[in-house]
Unconditional design. Structure first.
Length: 299
């Protein structure tokens, strides 16, 4: 399938308070966010016309900006309304939604006190990151890049700069024939994939790394809530690489990946199993409930 460039599409993008034609949604080449990675973003999905856990995504976007030292000049309610507006304006009911906030071009140096803060929101159709038949499972390489110490980067923020090593890790994995990469943290503990959290099934329990140096994903928390409601024990803890081989099942969870089984990590093999499939199906059903039901069941 031919790649459609993201700068040459039909549609509308919400930018700084107004809908603009897709091809006219631009920023200056000397924007601070481009040169110094002073940008934060979100990844959201719209199912049946409702953006899943929109309030949680907006809250994280605002907090991510705060961790990078700037304030987005729109309220949570305004951001929520803008996300809904751009989805509707593009005539979509099933869509991926990408809000991004960044420092502008008023000042270009390490110091950016005089920059204006911009916010844009785009949306487009984007099926599951790993395809419709993802129950067969994906294969993860092992990354040489590690998630950094939280004293070296704002690791609790969904900051653009933190995804650079994810891109490097994913490219290396793809070059080796894998779909994605498993990343360790600076201590050598299991962390996450390049854009999704990871879960392991040990003795019928759901285990996942403690998110102390990487993003505590909204899909991650949703899956944990589903599991607990089903009386499945959920354990957040340090997971060492040498433990992975005894896992009965492994899966990823994230907005783009949704719930996706893992069938290999490096030379280790896993069989996508019944617990993963049941959580995947429950997640697929949950995301299509009315927002008030989601709020009750997913928190």
């Amino acid at each position: 399938m031919a790649l459609v460039p993201f700068d040459d599409r039909d549609g509308l993008i919400w930018q700084d308070g107004a809908l603009v034609p897709w091809r006219e949604a631009k920023l200056h080449v000397l924007s601070h966010g481009l040169h110094y990675a002073s940008a934060v973003f979100e990844g959201e999905r719209c199912y049946g016309g409702n953006i899943f856990r929109l309030d949680a995504h907006t809250a994280r976007l605002i907090n991510s900006a705060r961790l990078l030292g700037f304030t987005i000049p729109f309220s949570p309610a305004e951001i929520d309304a803008a996300c809904r507006e751009v989805v509707a304006a593009n005539g979509l009911v099933e869509a991926y939604v990408r809000p991004i906030a960044w420092r502008g071009a008023e000042q270009l140096s390490v110091s950016a006190q005089q920059t204006r803060i911009h916010l844009a929101i785009a949306t487009w159709p984007w099926p599951n990151l790993f395809g419709a038949d993802r129950m067969k499972g994906v294969r993860l390489g092992l990354s040489a890049w590690k998630r950094p110490h939280p004293e070296t980067a704002p690791t609790a923020s969904k900051a653009a700069g933190l995804y650079m090593i994810g891109t490097l890790a994913k490219h290396a994995a793809e070059a080796a024939g894998f779909e994605d990469s498993l990343m360790l943290d600076w201590r050598g503990h299991v962390a996450e994939a390049t854009g999704a959290n990871i879960f392991f099934v040990f003795d019928g329990e759901l285990h996942t790394p403690t998110p102390d140096c990487f993003l505590d994903g909204i899909t991650r928390r949703t899956v944990m809530a589903i599991a607990r409601r089903r009386q499945i024990k959920v354990v957040e803890r340090t997971i060492l690489p040498e433990e992975m081989g005894r896992a009965a099942e492994v899966f990823l969870a994230g907005t783009a990946a949704e719930v996706t089984p893992v069938r290999a990590i490096g030379e280790l093999s896993f069989a996508p199993g019944p617990l993963t499939e049941s959580l995947l199906r429950e997640y697929e059903a949950l995301v299509r409930l009315p927002p008030e039901e989601v709020a009750r069941l997913a928190a």
